[in-house]
Write a protein that binds this ligand. Structure first.
Ligand SMILES: NC(=O)CC[C@H](N)C(=O)O
Length: 214
């Protein structure tokens, strides 16, 4: 699979920015709004936006359960900001009864950075991304309060009041779920999307090889 077909959940949020970044990173992006489209893609991106709106629309459009099933079955997914909230198994400071898609063994705190630093930019050292630090844009961002055994931190805030807070993670049933508190789709730095595209290719070749006979 040289050019995986990666869906972008297109209900609300910065869909177009992810489409451009995925294209530039060598994937074939497609918009996903229907259950049949969830079934057809190799992987999915959950964009930044407003997590409460996206999850409500996902219910309305009957894609919430199909997304849950495919992600639980090992489909790779990447969520930025609101998308990170959607992938989290547990949320703090959500609205009453806020649901998620889930799959990622983390507790995420919504709007975690508070009013003072509502939106800010910082450079983060991102495990798995070669080269200089990733310039991270945070917009009313969540952070990962806690990772369970099924998820690993990939990047943390350096300095300031939020020093050490986790802002990128990887995990999921097959290690193919990626989430960032920030928005690489807004900076023109394609390395995080490229990392995800590689992960999608790897998970497809694992499937093609099939189970190992012992
Ligand atoms: N930039 C973003 O995606 C913001 C996320 C938003 N604060 C939410 O709770 O969904």
């Amino acid at each position: 699979m040289t050019q995986p077909e990666i869906g972008v959940l297109a209900l609300q949020g910065d869909v177009r920015e992810h489409v451009h970044a995925l294209e530039a990173a060598g994937a074939r992006p497609v918009l996903v709004r229907r259950p049949s489209e969830v079934e057809a893609v190799d992987a999915i991106v959950l964009p930044g936006g407003e997590s409460t709106t996206i999850v409500r629309l996902a219910r309305t459009f009957d894609v919430l359960e199909p997304l849950r099933a495919r992600i639980a079955g090992g489909m790779p997914a990447y969520g930025s900001c609101a998308g990170m909230i959607l992938l989290a198994d547990r949320i703090l400071d959500g609205v009453e009864g806020q649901e998620t898609v889930g799959g990622l063994d983390v507790t995420v705190r919504r709007n975690a950075f508070g009013r003072q630093v509502d939106s800010f930019e910082a450079d983060v050292d991102f495990t798995g991304v070669e080269g200089p630090d990733v310039h991270a844009v945070f917009i009313r961002a969540p952070w990962v309060e806690e990772t369970g055994p099924g998820a690993q931190p990939l990047a943390r805030v350096r300095g300031g009041e939020a020093d050490g807070r986790i802002v990128a993670v990887r995990g999921g049933p097959t290690g193919a779920l990626l989430a960032t508190s920030f928005h690489p789709e807004l900076t023109g730095d394609l390395r995080v999307h490229a990392l995800f595209v590689d992960l999608v290719r790897d998970s497809a070749s694992d499937r093609a090889e099939g189970p190992v006979n012992r």
